[in-house]
Design a binder for this molecule. Structure first.
Ligand SMILES: Nc1ncnc2c1ncn2[C@@H]1O[C@H](COP(=O)(O)OP(=O)(O)OP(=O)(O)O)[C@@H](O)[C@H]1O
Ligand SMILES: [Mg+2]
Length: 249
């Protein structure tokens, strides 16, 4: 993030005292607070079952928010449906099943922007293949035949078709080899450098925090720690409880 954007600190997405859950009477998030400023890349880490996916899903209208608020550029968007949020400039890449394997790369990208005029769709596909040339090389190939890293690239590319201001990524490096993980993190950084503000949930906590402007540690549905990526990487409690030996990698 540039110094200019940091000094202005325009709040893009925020949640306050978020309580959310799936089953009646069972709250998974029990008071989560989260801010994303314009141009930032913010990482969310924490143990399995902490509520990381639930937090991003609740900001994308996929989990019922029971109390608290979600705001986008100062506008209350709590419990708006996902398609409304896409129109307002929010993109979401889920952890699993984020491409259509039987469709080609081009068709997957088109699905990301099916309501736009053809010429606009073509132009946007071109800007995505400029960003990820590998997708351009495989444009007619079925998505099911892509490598894991290429699939994640395609899933992010599809979300970028609507030119979101905010991109929510749920574990983009999950299940990938260390080399492909590095590639995915480079891709996330490239997207961020185009001006898209990003929220990234990650199991790979150390790598995630290394590229994040700021990070949040969630535990049992609540904020446990937050700070700059570097501060969290150096915090002895965060290292002991959440990074373990991975902090050295
Ligand atoms: N669709 C669902 N219905 C009911 N409970 C759910 C559902 N999805 C998740 N949960 C529960 O919500 C809690 C938090 O899950 P969540 O997926 O948000 O965790 P997470 O931090 O993303 O974990 P992970 O690191 O394993 O992805 C878990 O106890 C989980 O069992
Ligand atoms: Mg998850």
């Amino acid at each position: 993030m540039s110094e200019t954007t940091q000094s202005i600190k325009e709040l893009v997405l925020s949640s306050k005292d978020l309580v959310a859950g799936y089953l009646p009477g069972v709250d998974i998030l029990t008071g989560c607070n989260f801010d994303l400023f314009k141009g930032e890349l913010v990482g969310i880490i924490g143990p399995n079952g902490a509520g990381k996916s639930t937090l991003v899903k609740s900001m994308f209208g996929l989990v019922e928010v029971r109390s608290g608020t979600v705001e986008l550029m100062g506008e209350k968007i709590t419990n708006l449906a996902a398609h409304e949020l896409v129109k307002k400039g929010v993109g979401f890449v889920p952890q699993n099943e984020n491409v259509f394997p039987s469709l080609t790369v081009a068709e997957n990208l088109e699905m990301g922007a099916y309501q736009l005029p053809k010429a606009e769709v073509t132009a946007r596909i071109r800007s995505i293949t400029d960003l990820f040339p590998r997708l351009g090389e495989r444009i007619k190939q079925r998505a099911g035949l892509l490598s894991g890293g290429e699939r994640q690239m395609l899933a992010m590319g599809r979300a970028l078709m609507m030119e979101p201001q905010v991109l929510l990524l749920d574990e983009p490096s999950a299940g990938l080899s260390p080399a492909l993980q590095v590639e995915v993190f480079e891709n996330v950084t490239s997207i961020n450098q185009t001006g898209v503000s990003i929220v990234m949930v990650e199991q790979n906590a150390t790598r995630c925090l290394k590229i994040s402007d700021r990070g949040y540690v969630l535990d049992q549905g609540k904020n446990a720690y937050d700070g700059t990526g570097q501060d969290l990487l150096n915090d002895p409690n965060v290292i002991k409880l959440y990074l373990g030996t991975l902090a050295q990698s």
